[in-house]
Write a protein that binds this ligand. Structure first.
Ligand code: NAD
Length: 261
């Protein structure tokens, strides 16, 4: 199905999985609103690249997902620019690895704000417009950590289990409005987020980089391969099709068999 008349807002899409989801949706014809941090030149290159590669319009919002008022303004601006936010992808996320008793308070608050609360704020702002149009797709990037836990990731695991619950609640509230709400739960995807946590995991567990990759990261994935960002993007695009209109409230693992264990 073509998403040609649709607009997608993807949080945390200046990098990694979010950027791949934005490209997959643009590839299906949707205009996109990018969001996230990074070097201005790199963000502008990504934005302009999407416009030229896919022939769609791409905007950028620098809204900080820890700030509810910036989130509301981002959704309002997207609706003003494109007439609607038809597809909302809550993807922004950060990680911090530490034992609970040493976990910095500000890191706990930041992870809960970005990885969980921001999805509540975007949905709160975007749902009225979706209801008016009688169509919508909300996709939350959760994680295998929305289904199972790992040590030293208390805030992340709590936030991801939270987003799985928020997804189910929103799906029930919106089921009769032709708005589906699902989460995609990747296992380990090779992105800056995964690369960046390797030094802390080395420290927390006293391991080398190779040991972290083999014994911690890919240990969990029976396929022994990282998931690709394109694979996650393709599933997000599928969830926006008519074929997926009866998939709602689901938590879809893309994890090489991790959570089957
Ligand atoms: P990434 O670091 O490549 O991208 C994270 C994005 O979030 C970036 O665009 C960044 O600028 C943005 N961001 C961070 N803080 C923000 C803030 N305060 N406001 C706005 N944007 C902010 O990471 P990724 O691996 O692509 O992760 C994307 C999502 O996928 C996250 O929710 C993550 O938890 C989830 N995830 C990742 C993996 C993995 O293995 N990489 C696995 C499962 C789930």
């Amino acid at each position: 199905m073509s998403l040609q008349s649709k607009t997608a807002l993807v949080t945390g899409s200046t990098s990694g999985i979010g950027l791949a989801i934005a490209k997959a949706l643009a590839g299906a014809g949707a205009n996109v609103v990018l969001n996230g941090f990074g070097k201005p030149d790199a963000i502008e290159a990504a934005r302009a690249g999407i416009e030229s590669e896919f022939g769609v319009k791409a905007h950028y919002s620098g809204a900080d997902m820890t700030k509810p008022e910036e989130i509301a303004a981002m959704v309002a601006e997207a609706e003003r620019a494109f007439g609607a936010v038809d597809i909302l992808v809550n993807n922004a996320g950060i990680q911090f690895v530490s034992a609970i008793e040493e976990f910095p308070l500000e890191k706990w608050d930041q992870i809960i704000a970005i990885n969980l609360s921001s999805a509540f704020h975007t949905m709160r702002a975007a749902i009225p417009g979706m209801k008016t149009k009688g169509w919508g797709r909300i996709i939350n990037t959760a994680s295998a950590h929305s289904l199972v836990a790992s040590p030293y990731k208390s805030a992340y695991v709590a936030a991801k289990h939270g987003i799985a619950g928020l997804t189910k609640t929103a799906a029930l509230e919106l089921a009769a409005h032709k708005i589906t709400v699902n989460c995609i739960s990747p296992g380990y995807v090779w992105t800056p987020l995964v690369e960046a946590q390797i030094p802390d995991t080395m420290k927390a567990r006293g391991l080398t980089k190779e040991q972290v990759i083999d014994e911690v990261l890919l240990k969990a994935q029976p396929t022994k391969e990282f998931v690709t960002v394109e694979q996650v993007g393709a599933l997000a695009a599928f969830l926006c099709t008519d074929a997926a209109s009866q998939i709602t409230g689901a938590n879809l693992p893309v994890d090489g068999g991790w959570t089957a264990q």
